[in-house]
Design a binder for this molecule. Structure first.
Ligand SMILES: [Zn+2]
Length: 237
C-alpha cells in the first residue's frame, strides 16, 4: 500500500470512490486497488461503510492494515478479484473521529506547552476519547485551564494541513514526535499534520480542515494510572 493507494492520507473528506478489487482472502477480506477507508491504527478506530457491486451491498465491518496492505472485512462473501466496485465510507462515524483526532492533537499540544507533558498514548472513540501522558503533579484545576486554552485555540480557527518530509530531516525535530513510538525503518517519508503554528506531528490519521470544525472540547475526567501516568478523558459538543 503506497500513499497513492491510501486516499484518506491526502483527502480526508473523500467519502465515495470507485475502484477495483485487488484480492479476496477467505471470501471476506478484501484488498482494493485504492481505498478511502481508514484502517484501525494510531489510536484511531477503523472506518466502516459499504462496498457495492452490481447493486449488491457488502457492509464493511472492519478495516485493518496487515503486511502493508489495507484489508476490508465484509459481512458477506461474493466479491472477487477484478470486480469493479463503488464504495461509501460511513461519514457520520468518520467525521466524528476526525474531530476527535484533531482535538486530541490540540490537547496534546496544550499539555506539552503548558506542563511539558510527554504524551504516551491515545485512544479515540465516538462518545469519548482519552489521552495518556506523563506528568509529575496532578492538578484538576490546571487540567481545567488546559482545556480552556485548547478551546481558545479551537475558536481561532487554525487551518489543519498535511505535508510530507524526508524521515532524516524530520528526526532532527523531536517536537514532531510528541507521541513517542518507533516507526518501522522502511518508512523514509513522514506525513506531517500541522495545526496552524501551534502543533506539528508525524501522524497517519485523518483530521478536519480547520479547528473550528472540532467544536467544544469538554473535560470528562482524569485518572491516576501510576507514579506520573495520567489519563484524561474528553468528549466533543
Ligand atoms: Zn494523531
Amino acid at each position: 500500500m503506497t500513499m497513492d493507494e491510501a486516499l484518506y492520507l491526502d483527502d480526508s473528506y473523500k467519502k465515495e470512490f470507485t475502484t477495483v478489487v485487488s484480492s479476496v482472502k477467505d471470501g471476506k477480506f478484501v484488498v482494493l486497488k485504492e481505498t478511502a477507508f481508514y484502517p484501525n491504527g494510531g489510536g484511531q478506530p477503523n472506518d466502516t461503510g459499504m462496498i457495492i457491486k452490481d447493486d449488491k451491498e457488502y457492509p464493511v465491518v472492519f478495516v485493518g492494515k496487515f503486511s502493508g496492505e489495507i484489508s476490508h472485512e465484509v459481512e458477506c462473501e461474493g466479491l472477487s478479484e477484478g470486480d469493479e466496485v463503488s464504495c461509501t465510507v460511513d461519514w457520520k462515524r468518520r467525521h466524528k473521529l476526525m474531530r476527535m483526532h484533531t482535538a486530541a492533537h490540540i490537547l496534546s499540544a496544550v499539555f506539552h506547552k503548558q506542563a511539558d507533558a510527554k504524551i504516551t498514548g491515545n485512544q479515540l472513540g465516538l462518545d469519548k476519547s482519552r489521552i495518556d501522558f506523563s506528568l509529575e503533579t496532578f492538578d484538576r484545576e490546571k487540567i481545567g485551564n488546559y482545556f480552556a486554552l485548547a478551546n481558545e485555540w479551537v475558536s481561532k480557527n487554525y487551518p489543519v494541513a498535511v505535508s510530507y518530509m524526508p524521515r532524516i530531516e524530520a528526526e532532527k525535530d523531536t517536537s514532531l514526535f510528541k507521541l513517542a513510538k518507533a516507526l518501522p525503518e522502511s518508512i523514509t517519508t513522514l506525513r506531517i499534520v500541522s495545526i496552524g503554528d501551534i502543533d506539528s506531528q508525524a501522524d497517519g490519521g485523518t483530521h478536519v480542515k480547520s479547528t473550528e470544525e472540532v467544536g467544544k472540547i469538554t473535560f470528562l475526567k482524569a485518572e491516576n494510572k501510576g507514579k506520573s501516568n495520567r489519563r484524561v478523558y474528553f468528549t466533543l459538543l
